[in-house]
Design a protein around this ligand. Structure first.
Ligand code: FAQ
Length: 313
């Protein structure tokens, strides 16, 4: 088939809302775009284990420890589904991880902020997982099959994570004055960084045009950010807390809230490697990878031995 025939088939699939599968022809830039987005998403999941993992030993009860442990393990699992989806595009796991460990690949800005109190674990589950779901629900219908299918399971698990975070916030917000103050402090520190998770404003988002054209993204950064604010403000009100934004105001004409833009200079600084915890996160990830070398070697030795036994039999 001529190249434009292949292109026609590819465009036809997108137009009919059909999935593109690993063995289908795809434009090189579509493949690269997906590798970038899926691998950054995978990196976010495993780096995202660090701020919460930090609290497993300090969770205030056995129940909260077990729940947090399960959540952090889920995030590790999400990373694995996503790395596997990226590998179907013809890149190796080693290369993907090397890009993360050397700082060449990005991961979500949000995980470069510290979790200072137990209320931060509530805020991460409630706001960060809440924002992640807002973005990921549309990705269940993204045009690349393996990515879309991975997102179905991830979204189900993220919903549980969001409930876990909201439960912690509820206990604190309806607890003592000190606990409520702790919940408000966490909300104050996590609100704007969470809004940055959706990416820069549409007018300054270089990847959005192709992402929308190729149906990788189904909604824009600004649309999702607006939906997140509209959905989260009533939850803040239920908790009796205050959104740390004096410009937050219901706008009847647009049937949504007006709100302040996050500090985009801070965002750029964080994604350039200079946020409060970037160096600490990369160091912890590199250490975990190096400490785990013996596990990878043992698994490979086992697989090799098993192969030899099968071949001999
Ligand atoms: N952080 O042109 P756009 C989670 C970069 S999962 C860092 O708008 P795009 C679960 C962007 O890469 C959270 N970098 O880019 C969990 C690009 O740079 P590049 C992760 C960011 O791709 C919860 C440049 O800025 N979710 O939290 C960020 O169209 C709790 C220009 O941006 C996903 O990855 C950012 N926030 O839109 C785990 C979802 N925003 O690559 C543990 C999938 C933008 O050209 C605990 N990804 N940049 O060098 C997406 O939907 C998109 O990639 C966006 C960015 C929306 C993140």
């Amino acid at each position: 088939m001529e190249i434009n025939k292949f292109e026609e088939v590819f465009e036809g699939k997108l137009a009919k809302n059909e999935m593109v599968e690993p063995k289908d022809w795809m434009p090189e830039n579509y493949r690269k775009h997906l590798i970038r987005q899926i691998s950054q998403h995978a990196h976010s999941e495993i780096i995202g284990m660090l701020p919460e993992g930090n609290w497993i030993t300090r969770a205030p009860s056995l129940r909260s420890k077990v729940v947090l442990l399960a959540k952090v393990q889920d995030e590790g699992g999400h990373g694995l589904y996503l790395y596997t989806a990226a590998e179907t595009l013809g890149i190796s796991r080693d290369e993907l991880l090397d890009n993360l460990h050397t700082g060449r690949a990005k991961y979500s800005s949000i995980f470069n902020y510290p979790t200072l109190t137990w209320a931060d674990i509530g805020a991460v589950g409630w706001l960060v997982d809440g924002a992640a779901i807002m973005n990921q629900v549309m990705l269940q219908r993204t045009s690349y099959g393996p990515y879309a299918r991975a997102m179905v399971r991830i979204c189900k698990e993220e919903s549980f994570h969001q409930r876990q975070g909201f439960e912690i916030m509820t206990r604190l917000a309806f607890g003592t004055e000190d606990q409520k103050a702790m919940a408000q402090d966490a909300l104050n520190r996590w609100w704007f960084p969470t809004m940055m998770m959706f990416g820069p404003p549409d007018a300054e988002s270089p990847n959005s045009e192709n992402a929308m054209k190729w149906r990788i993204k189904r909604e824009t950064n600004d649309q999702l950010r607006q939906r997140f604010v509209d959905q989260t403000v009533p939850q803040v009100q239920y908790l009796g807390l205050t959104v740390p934004d004096e410009n937050l105001k219901w706008n009847e004409a647009k049937k949504g809230y007006d709100f302040s833009e996050p500090n985009w200079a801070e965002f750029k600084n964080v994604i350039s490697g200079n946020g409060p915890c970037n160096k600490e996160r990369l160091a912890a990830r590199n250490k975990a990878h190096n400490d785990g070398a013996w596990v990878r070697e043992a698994a490979q030795a086992f697989a090799k031995k098993r192969n030899e036994i099968y071949v001999a039999a």
